[in-house]
Design a protein around this ligand. Structure first.
Ligand code: INI
Length: 167
């Protein structure tokens, strides 16, 4: 019995034309995050997401991402949320706290709301590693997170429609 269409091999793009997507960007290291955002918008465009269906919000740093993400996810207006940030070890002694709490909060946001929340937050040792992961190609982590958001939104929506929760 297979009622849900998903694939072991991810296609290059998905049809996200009916989806509403929220994006949370951390301003800290914004020279990197702006490139992740550009990558995410390229990925969403490739997946046919209408630019008028994308809401982008900025927060001070990665530590603040989870609250904004869960607030967007909980609003009922978005099929998925993409989070973008750059936590660079060289810049901070509290790297582990910022990166760890950010990751934990983002996972909580999707598990508590049932809305996919993608982890497009770089946690790297130095600026060069962040630059390498935020370039113009499809290996840009914002682009990857965007395509993943569309895939997860389509999958979760399909599962909910196929197997509605029994009250
Ligand atoms: N926030 C980041 O997004 N990346 C970092 O590398 C970073 N460093 O280096 O400290 C960072 N710190 C700020 C943090 O996210 C909060 O905004 C701040 O602590 C206020 O709560």
């Amino acid at each position: 019995m297979t009622r849900i269409s998903s694939s072991k091999t991810a296609p290059e793009s998905f049809d996200g034309s009916e989806l509403n997507i929220g994006i949370v960007c951390a301003r800290f290291n914004d020279h990197i995050v702006s490139e992740l955002l550009a990558g995410a918008l390229r990925g969403l465009k490739r997946c046919k997401v209408d630019s008028s269906n994308i809401e982008t919000v900025w927060v001070p740093g990665a530590f603040e991402i989870p609250l904004a993400a869960i607030t967007l996810a909980d609003s009922g207006n978005f099929d998925a949320v993409i989070t973008l940030g750059a936590v660079i070890r060289g810049d901070t002694a509290h790297f582990e706290f910022v990166a760890g709490e950010c990751a934990r909060g983002i996972q909580n946001a999707q598990l508590e709301t049932g809305v996919p929340v993608m982890f497009g937050v770089l946690t790297v040792d130095n600026n060069q590693q962040a630059v390498d992961r935020s370039g113009p190609g499809i290996d840009n982590k914002g682009d990857e997170a965007a395509v993943g958001a569309v895939e997860m939104a389509l999958l979760v929506n399909q599962i909910k429609a196929t197997y509605p929760t029994v009250e």
